[in-house]
Ligand binder design. Structure first.
Ligand code: ADP
Length: 213
């Protein structure tokens, strides 16, 4: 099973990915996470990624596609039988075309692109209260999903989660990623999800869709 989570930053894709992957035996592919890992290095590529990410801009398609194809080749050549769940990729039509070709090479295709629908006002509020635990990588929200009491956490706020950068990221989403809705609608694989609902309700909608594959 190959699934894409499509939706604005802060629509809850990462949170749902954590829930779906173990349940449906899917391997998570988050380009945001791959990039955050890659930018820790001390080289020009890392510095370039860092500069673009902190401004809320997209990383060039060539860089991203290379990162993803290396990951895909390794993953699909291995004995790992899990399906794939893409979170944050593709983000441009160019990337979507590249992914289709890369999957075709491995005789695979996308089963579903889940579109997380949510109002922009809710997003800004959500993202500014988002925190990530350094120890586990888990995503929390100070208002809606606080870490359970009694645990030992090392929470931090991503540097691109400020109001100013979020507005930029939303504009980039509209311009570069929204055209993918049309792209995948034409392929007949779009499924709508109410991402503004309570987390458990969104989980249920997602489960209902994935249960059909
Ligand atoms: P969110 O979905 O909350 O925006 P991500 O962790 O997916 O967060 O992405 C954070 C940043 O990483 C993006 O703003 C962008 O700079 C970069 N990025 C992630 N995925 C891609 C991609 N597929 N193409 C280009 N840039 C990307």
């Amino acid at each position: 099973m190959i699934i894409i989570l499509l939706g604005a930053p802060g629509s809850g894709k990462g949170t749902q990915a954590e829930y779906i992957c173990p349940k449906y035996n899917l391997f998570p592919v988050s380009t945001g996470d791959l990039l955050r890992e890659r930018k820790k290095a001390d080289d020009d590529i890392a510095r370039n990624i860092n500069a673009l990410m902190s401004e809320g801009k997209l990383i060039p398609d060539d860089t991203i596609n290379l990162l993803v194809s290396e990951m895909l080749d390794a993953k699909l050549a291995s004995s790992d039988q899990r399906g794939l769940l893409f979170d944050g990729y593709p983000r441009t039509v160019e990337q979507a075309k590249f992914l289709n070709e890369a999957l075709k090479k491995h005789n695979k295709k996308i089963d579903g692109a889940l579109l997380f629908q949510i109002d922009e006002n809710i997003i800004v509020d959500r993202i500014t209260s988002r925190r990530v635990d350094r120890k586990t990588g888990k995503i929390y929200n100070l208002k809606t999903l606080p870490p359970p009491a009694g645990g030992d956490y090392d929470l931090y706020q991503r540097e691109d989660d400020t109001e100013e950068v979020i507005k930029k990221r939303l504009a980039v989403y509209k311009e570069q990623t929204e055209p993918l809705i049309d792209f995948y609608t034409k392929q007949g694989v779009i499924f709508n999800v109410d991402a503004a609902a309570e987390r458990s309700e969104t989980e249920k909608e997602v489960s209902d869709i994935l249960g059909k594959f």
